[in-house]
Design a protein around this ligand. Sequence first.
Ligand code: ADP
Ligand code: MG
Length: 227
Amino acid sequence: MLRLNHVQKAYGTPEQPIPVLHDISIDVADGEFCAILGPSGSGKSTLLNIIGVLDHPDAGEIELGGVPIDFGSATEAARLRNQLLGFVFQSFQLLPRLTAWENVALPLLYRGTPRPERKPRALAMLDRLGLGERVHHLPAELSGGQRQRVALARALIGDPKLVLADEPTGSLDSVTAAEVLQLLRQLNRDFGVTLLMVTHDRGLAEACDRSIEILDGRVVSDVRRDG
Ligand code: ADP
Ligand code: MG
């Protein structure tokens, strides 16, 4: 599903580069529920943004579904983001003036799905995630856990092959975080979607089928567990 070959990234200037990812090579199989674990500042978001084609590597190669990503092409990047990938962020990133279902329907709008199809599909997805009663609420009228469910519904509505989650439970209390993790696990099982979750929380990473630990821009361990 996903293959990273010697990915490198530095910030700063060419004269004074600040290396963040030194040499990352990772393979994630179709259907895996995989965590990337590392302390704050270890380059997790940088890595996820590159995999999500929101940023580009300085060196190395990334394949999605066996096809190398062409980071030079903006249209190709947009196509991958719209058709293959789903994103979930710590801060949810819901649009405050749109209702739950309107937020969920947004990726369909970007893809050009006809208007009459968008609402029923968004409602069905929210129902599936247990939010059938909250579809007309604004984000401000929802709890943190409910907002993250809306964000998950939005990530899944386009039927992505790979969902990228950056600290998805980072702004939730521990009980709600455990619920969202449970939900991610269920989505991985029921939708067959490959899930890559970035976290600084070791307990959370160890609840995934696989955890890859990065430190100072290098992979230091890669552990698989029986699901
Ligand atoms: P993490 O998500 O693991 O906390 P990040 O990928 O956000 O780590 O950041 C890794 C390092 O790169 C940090 O030292 C951070 O300050 C730096 N960094 C992140 N984004 C930028 C940027 N756009 N410009 C310069 N430095 C950055
Ligand atoms: Mg981060």
